[in-house]
Design a binder for this molecule. Structure first.
Ligand code: FUL
Length: 494
């Protein structure tokens, strides 16, 4: 009996030791654990796209209206030289990773032969009713190696069933059709707008079913609405994300449209939001969303400001570039986009932080394993200046306040600081600042901000120094920073 008890004890001990070695093997590098809500793989891939192009195109392109009435004759839509490959080539030259097209705007006109509507390209005389812009654009995107997304307005001023329960079914079938025939859709855009007014038709949208239907056919689609679930409206159409911008949002009790949180909340997110719903900044390159002969693209300076206020503030930029009545993007817009892209490339070509002869930190997370990067710690602050997204400087679990100091051999001149938090593990930093050493040896704070998130670009005075510090003044869990850049922008001036 005693012999069996001893054997049993040895067996139990074996199980425990085996379990422990498994745990330490799984976390040999003492990886930080996720904090709060985190992005799904689709949301992360979406955030990394950084800039996408929006194309508002439809009857309004021909009438000059912003909101069509839904009574426009189908033959009004008659592009003379449509070429979706041209849109894709403009998008690529402008540095956009995807295109989102208004497949159906508020006037209800469908840019594809939607079987649920009689107000589509099929009923028009354009190309003898055989036209399908979703098909042409999705193929052009595929061939050009960029992603394809669609905007479908729930508000429909043409659908006879709008304002009745039956409309939700029509809308779900509309989604089903658009999501089944054009390959992978990276983003589904649900506009919350409804201009029916007090005496207009009232539609109670079944958002839950709209989302479920979308994910049924397009499981990787990021769903945009005022409150997500994939990404949220930034709260304005001026191209401005909040200076404080959490990717977290409190969605319980809220809905898109009239039930949305305040525009300020959408702009900044919620400190304690239970869901990961990052901000998307939608803004037009021209005054209106649809092309009009009388309007022209924004200046390079205006576009750079939008870039800094969106991509530079933890938001994705969705820039609307509307095709004209030919079905082409005018050359004044495409030339502006080429300037825009090359300016961004020039500004961020040379990360001065890489030249630092020493980068030291007040705390570096301890790492059990030495075999990965051989001599250096896995979480060493140098990880912030390598080009690997998945390596980072991290502090120990109990450390919420820390600093990193870069020391250079020679004086460096910069006026932009770029930072990235490793968001696959959540958003943590709530307050940080940048300091430089002055010629008299004293330190000076040149920026004091709150959130970082996926990407933060600070615009500061032009500084020349040999020492720069990033101060994490408050992190909500151990700090995890995967990028630090110092740049000199000689193009944009505020
Ligand atoms: C708004 C719409 O009403 C505008 O026409 C435009 O489509 C913009 C992107 O969203 O809510």
């Amino acid at each position: 009996m005693k012999k069996y008890s001893i054997l049993f004890c040895i067996f139990l001990l074996g199980l425990i030791v085996h379990g422990q070695s498994k745990i330490s093997k799984n976390n040999a590098n003492n990886c930080p654990q996720a904090y709060g809500p985190v992005p799904t793989p689709a949301q992360l891939a979406w955030q990394k796209m950084e800039m996408n192009m929006f194309c508002h195109f439809g009857p309004n392109t021909f009438t000059g209206l912003e909101w069509g009435a839904g009574t426009e004759h189908v033959d009004i839509f008659k592009p003379t030289a449509l070429d979706c490959n041209q849109w894709v080539s403009v998008a690529k030259q402008g540095g956009f990773a995807g295109i989102i097209i208004t497949a159906k705007h508020h006037d209800g006109f469908c840019l594809w032969p939607n079987p649920m509507s009689t107000h589509t390209l099929r009923e028009s005389s354009w190309r003898d009713g055989k036209g399908d812009i979703l098909l042409e654009l999705s193929e052009a995107c595929k061939n050009g190696g960029i992603k394809f997304g669609i905007y479908i307005s729930p508000w429909d001023r043409n659908a006879p069933t709008y304002g009745t329960k039956a409309y939700n079914k029509v809308f779900i079938k509309t989604l089903n059709h658009a999501h089944s025939n054009y390959g992978e859709i990276f983003e589904q855009w649900f506009d919350g707008a409804n201009g029916e007014g007090p005496n207009g038709k009232k539609q109670i949208y079944d958002w839950k079913k709209f989302n479920l239907q979308t994910l049924k056919k397009q499981p990787n689609a990021v769903i945009f609405s005022d409150i997500g679930p994939g990404c949220r409206w930034v709260g304005n159409e001026e191209g401005r994300s909040g200076r404080t911008c959490w990717s977290r949002l409190e969605v319980k009790g809220f809905g898109p449209g009239l039930d949305a949180p305040s525009q300020d909340t959408l702009n900044c997110g919620n400190y304690n939001g239970e869901s990961w719903v990052p901000a998307e900044t939608d803004v037009s390159i021209r005054k209106g969303w649809f092309w009009r002969e009388s309007e022209h693209p924004k200046s390079l300076q205006e576009l750079l400001k939008i870039y800094y206020n969106s991509v530079g503030r933890n938001s994705l930029l969705l820039l609307n570039v509307p095709p004209d009545t030919r079905g082409l993007i005018p050359s004044e817009d495409s030339l502006r986009l080429i300037e825009f892209r090359s300016s961004i490339e020039l500004i961020f070509a040379d990360n001065l932080a890489k030249k630092a002869k020493m980068i030291k930190a007040s705390n570096v997370r301890s790492c059990g394993s030495t075999d990965y990067y051989k001599t250096q710690n896995f979480y060493d602050p140098h990880r912030m200046v390598d080009d690997d997204y998945d390596t980072y400087w991290a502090t120990d679990d109990s450390v919420y306040t820390a600093w990193v100091e870069l020391q250079f051999d020679s004086l460096q001149t910069f006026n932009r600081v770029m930072l990235q938090e490793y968001i696959p593990l959540g958003q943590r930093v709530a307050s940080f600042s940048i300091e430089i050493e002055q010629p008299n040896g004293e330190w000076k704070t040149i920026a004091k901000e709150t959130t970082i998130g996926y990407k933060r670009i600070l615009l500061c005075e032009t500084c020349t120094t040999k020492k720069v510090r990033l101060m994490i003044d408050k992190s909500r869990a151990c700090a995890i920073i995967n990028y630090l850049g110092l740049f000199l922008d000689e193009i944009y001036s505020e």
